[in-house]
Design a binder for this molecule. Structure first.
Ligand SMILES: *[C@@H]1O[C@H](CO)[C@@H](O)[C@H](O)[C@H]1NC(C)=O
Length: 330
């Protein structure tokens, strides 16, 4: 249509006009396709709710198969409000099977606290949700307690978590799926890194890198057990195989049990862990990781554990698992 308007004009002008109108219509086309694309996308995500595309496992029973659910093992210390808040949250997550609260305080859990959790579990049961909740009582106060073997665990997967961070259920479920495709590996939300300390001029000195190092380099070699999935077999491995000197060091220094677990799993698998993208909500005040001197202490742990293991088992990687339903354009 437009071309015919310029039919009698000079060639150059005409070509220019066509070129301009083509560019204009290209833009409109791109805009239009975007609009159509978004509309289809919106419709599809609506439709998927009706047609059951979102969760093919929804109707499959989870609790009879040890691979279908997970157990929460929560470390806690005298922060009852946080404990109540985070346990209440996780009981709303779909594939949670049981909850184990690792208790290392001198006094047993109060009646008040027990009653709160009894009520919580009972109200879930009334809605057809069978959950188990147990306090794992320890006499000794040690960070090794969080990796003590738990008898009668019905699931293979453990979600190890601190009481002061909350992950939305969909982040937890996604991490669980990633773990299911790599059940020997540690899978979680909080990555850390180690590297060779070149200033020491020897291959045997390492340095621990915190969050900013991971952020800067995109590299990690550990996943902290404050928010990680791993196989329950690592609890028995930790209990039976972790050198006593390392356990003593951890108890004494009240630190580094998470690094030790990373060493143990890496030593067993020869592979790096998997970092999963997830939303994190910190509900507590500052933890030890924000205190000064923290990195130095962690570096000491790494070097100490390397000496005990006789080698550096940690492997570095750059892979991050993301939920493909939430990424744009593949
Ligand atoms: C580390 O791996 C070696 C070789 O597989 C094994 O002999 C050793 O017991 C492991 N160490 C620990 C602490 O699990």
């Amino acid at each position: 249509m437009r071309g015919s308007l310029f039919f009698n004009r000079r060639m150059v002008l005409r070509c220019r006009q066509i070129a301009i109108s083509t560019v204009g219509s290209m833009k409109i086309k791109i805009l239009l396709s975007c609009c159509i694309g978004f509309t289809l996308f919106a419709l599809a995500s609506r439709a998927s709710d009706y047609m059951g595309w979102t969760n093919p496992n929804a109707s499959v029973s989870r609790l009879d198969d040890p691979r279908k659910g997970y157990a929460i093992v929560m470390n806690t210390w005298k922060r009852y409000d946080l404990l109540k808040q985070s346990i209440s949250h996780y009981t709303t997550c779909d594939r949670l099977n049981s909850i184990h609260i690792v208790w290392s305080e001198p006094n047993p859990p109060s009646d008040d606290l027990k009653k709160f959790f009894d009520n919580l579990i009972q109200s879930k049961a009334r809605n057809g949700r069978q959950l188990e909740l147990k306090f794992e009582i320890n006499t000794e106060d040690s960070l090794n307690n969080r990796f003590k073997e738990i008898k009668d665990l019905k699931t293979d997967a453990i979600f190890s978590i601190d009481d002061d961070i909350i992950f939305p259920c969909n982040s937890v479920e996604f991490a669980f799926k990633v773990w299911q495709s790599a059940p020997d590996t540690m899978v979680g939300f909080v990555p850390r890194v180690h590297w060779v300390d070149k200033t020491k001029g020897t291959l045997d000195s390492y340095e621990y890198g915190g969050w900013w190092s991971v952020w800067w380099t995109g590299t990690y070699s550990m996943i902290l057990s404050k928010a990680a999935f791993f196989h329950k077999k690592y609890l028995s491995l930790y209990t039976e195989k972790m050198p006593a000197s390392i356990k003593e060091y951890i108890t004494k220094n009240r630190n580094c049990e998470d690094i030790a677990m990373s060493f143990l799993v890496a030593n067993a698998t020869g592979a790096p862990p998997i970092w999963v993208k997830g939303k994190i909500f910190e509900i507590g005040s500052t933890g030890i990781s924000s205190l000064g001197g923290h990195i130095d202490k962690r570096t000491q742990c790494v070097n100490r554990f390397v000496a005990e293991f006789g080698r550096m088992p940690l492997q570095s990687t750059n892979m991050k698992a993301v939920d493909s339903r939430k990424t744009w354009f593949w």
